[in-house]
Ligand binder design. Structure first.
Ligand SMILES: Nc1ncnc2c1ncn2[C@@H]1O[C@H](COP(=O)(O)OP(=O)(O)OP(=O)(O)O)[C@@H](O)[C@H]1O
Length: 228
């Protein structure tokens, strides 16, 4: 699905490389944790996959197309295929749960009929049907992130990129969210999660890609660290 080939990233005005000659292939249907200390390059890798950033050197292929060669239209199409989930949820405060999720389809120009059908399905999937008329400030952190996930999955993305999605949640809520990501993955969506939550990574037993100072240190199935 995504092939990252020998990619380095140097941000403007920065001295050191955020990513150093990193290569990585993601297959459709995988569930991958990106782990590593602060500044390791996890968010950079996610931004490159969304094409929010371009590599300084190396290439990234999405479904066999070099992402650096995208036209404007292809870039939009790329982003439509990807659902983003953020640590701070990024919900619209003045909109209800229903309206937040509907908005993701409105901006894609979908018909009211399709929106009316799909929003309840997405809310059902994340267990928030009862809270559809609440505003974000009336929800717990875990519930707000479920709205964030409903908003991501309603586009029926092939890939979900989540940057520290459980960073603001307690352990129980965080585990429930990971289980929700697992359910979505089992239904066919590829999932990539950057996280510091080593205990959850240990518990989930998925593919773990570990970065340190921009370098890929480890890539294997299992827990957070390799000395267990
Ligand atoms: N926009 C930017 N401009 C300059 N340097 C940046 C920028 N974004 C990130 N960096 C630098 O790139 C390196 C990698 O950062 P990145 O955010 O990818 O790490 P991370 O593993 O996601 O860290 P964290 O766990 O703290 O989110 C860091 O040294 C960081 O300071």
């Amino acid at each position: 699905m995504i092939e990252i080939k020998n990619v380095s990233k140097l941000y403007n005005g920065s001295k050191g490389l955020a990513l150093k000659e990193t290569s990585l292939a993601l297959e459709p249907g995988e569930f991958i944790f990106l782990v590593g200390p602060s500044g390791a390059g996890k968010s950079t890798l996610i931004k490159l996959m969304f094409r929010e950033q371009l590599p300084t050197s190396g290439e990234i292929f999405f479904e066999n197309r070099n992402m650096a060669d995208y036209s404007k239209r292809e870039l939009l199409a790329h982003r439509r295929k990807i659902g983003m989930v953020f640590q701070d949820y990024k919900l619209l405060k003045q909109k209800t749960v229903y309206e937040n999720v509907a908005f993701a389809l409105e901006v894609l120009g979908k018909s009211p009929k399709e929106i009316q059908k799909k929003v309840p399905e997405a809310l059902e999937k994340v267990g928030l049907s009862q809270k559809k008329d609440k505003f974000p400030k009336e929800l717990s952190g875990g519930e707000q992130q479920r709205v964030g996930i409903a908003r991501a999955i309603i586009k029926q993305p092939v890939l979900i990129l989540a940057d520290e999605p459980t960073g603001n949640l307690d352990r129980d809520n965080a585990l429930q969210l990971m289980k929700l990501f697992e359910k979505i993955n089992k239904e066919g969506t590829t999932v990539v999660i950057a996280t510091h939550a080593w205990d959850l990574v240990d518990r989930m037993q998925k593919r773990v890609v570990a970065l340190s100072s921009g370098e890929l240190m480890r890539d294997e199935q299992g827990g957070y660290s390799n000395n267990e």
